[in-house]
Design a protein around this ligand. Structure first.
Ligand SMILES: Nc1ncnc2c1ncn2[C@@H]1O[C@H](COP(=O)(O)OP(=O)(O)OP(=O)(O)O)[C@@H](O)[C@H]1O
Ligand SMILES: [Mg+2]
Length: 314
């Protein structure tokens, strides 16, 4: 069963296009990673699902189906019911979604009460339960803490607890561990993965970190300059990447073999103002062929069984 289907989503800032016909399907209970360098459109895609795109942004075409219903046609009031309830967002900076003026206990209880008809006592019991699930120690004491009294990792646990408290069906985690150090990163990713396994929660994981993605995601979509350029099951993707951009990204990962030198990708991704004909990646691509790559825009096509890539050469 598909819980989320993004179909042909295009988004503009004025005359400049930031998302090009993005297609993404998430089956219930999977973790799907959206990867790619800074500025490629990962957050805009996620925020389109939440319907929290910047004021200047304009979705010009496409559908975002959640359980088959197009969220783009929802009234704002209906969207508000969905946000933090059926769909939860774990942002890169947890401070942006916690209110600094209230204790976390207070915020959890309020969130639980807002999403189900329970008494104060039942809500408090549920708040303790979810804090225990995300392994916050000394719950009694921590319920009275304000967000700033927690470390970055603990704050991220509270946000995850909030998603659990509301029984979110879909969690969108936008670089959930980027601000954290490596050991804490692993704990938070393990926790998100456990939620997926234990509750069948669907996860859209946004990350530029392919090493992290390879450890957790079931599926991956690689984005470049507003386009999805490759899409596959993780195991197929990491064993046999097809698109030159994906290959270049994987080659730029620090290797376990220190004798192998890192190969960085020359140049930088284009800004949305830059006009590039043909494939957006061609100026940086080692497989570039003049007259083909700079002329025709490649479509995402199935190159191997359920393994899609948008390249005219490979
Ligand atoms: N408010 C805005 N006004 C104009 N352009 C914007 C705005 N927000 C984003 N963009 C542009 O849209 C493109 C995609 O942005 P987005 O935030 O989705 O990238 P991202 O893949 O999430 O990058 P990062 O890894 O840095 O978070 C970028 O090129 C960015 O410059
Ligand atoms: Mg982003």
């Amino acid at each position: 069963m598909n819980i989320l289907e993004i179909k042909n989503l295009s988004l503009f800032f004025g005359a400049y296009q930031a998302l090009y016909d993005v297609n993404l399907t998430l089956e219930k209970g999977v973790m799907h990673a959206l990867a790619g360098e800074s500025g490629c459109g990962k957050t805009l895609t996620a925020m389109s699902v939440m319907r929290l795109i910047p004021k200047a942004a304009n979705i010009t075409s496409g559908e975002i189906l959640f359980h088959g219903e197009n969220l783009l046609g929802y009234k704002e009031s209906k969207m508000q019911e969905l946000r933090g309830n059926k769909i939860a967002l774990i942002p890169q900076d947890p401070m942006t979604s916690l209110n600094p003026l209230y204790t976390v206990g207070n915020q959890l209880v309020e969130a639980i009460k807002a999403h189900s008809s329970v008494t104060e006592r039942q809500a408090l019991r549920k708040a303790r339960e979810v804090m225990d699930m995300v392994r916050i120690p000394e719950i009694d004491k921590k319920l009275d803490f304000y967000p700033h009294e927690f470390s970055g990792g603990m704050k991220q646990r509270i946000i995850i607890a909030m998603a659990l408290a509301c029984n979110a069906e879909l969690i969108i985690a936008d670089e959930p561990t980027t601000a954290l150090d490596v050991t804490i990163q692993k704990q938070i990713m393990d926790l998100i993965n456990e939620i997926k396994e234990d509750f069948g929660t669907t996860i859209l994981l946004i990350s530029h970190d392919l090493a992290l993605v390879s450890n957790y995601a079931d599926y991956i979509s690689v984005m470049y300059a507003g386009h999805i350029v490759e899409q596959a099951a993780s195991k197929d993707f990491f064993k046999n990447p097809i698109h030159p951009y994906s290959i270049a990204l994987l080659n730029s990962l620090p290797s376990k073999n220190p004798a192998l030198k890192l190969k960085t990708i020359e140049g930088a991704p284009p800004s949305i103002q830059e006009k590039i004909f043909g494939c957006k990646f061609h100026p940086r691509c080692e497989f570039f062929q003049q007259g083909i790559c700079d002329t025709k825009e490649p479509e995402l096509i199935e190159k191997k069984l359920r393994h899609f890539s948008a390249c005219l050469i490979k």
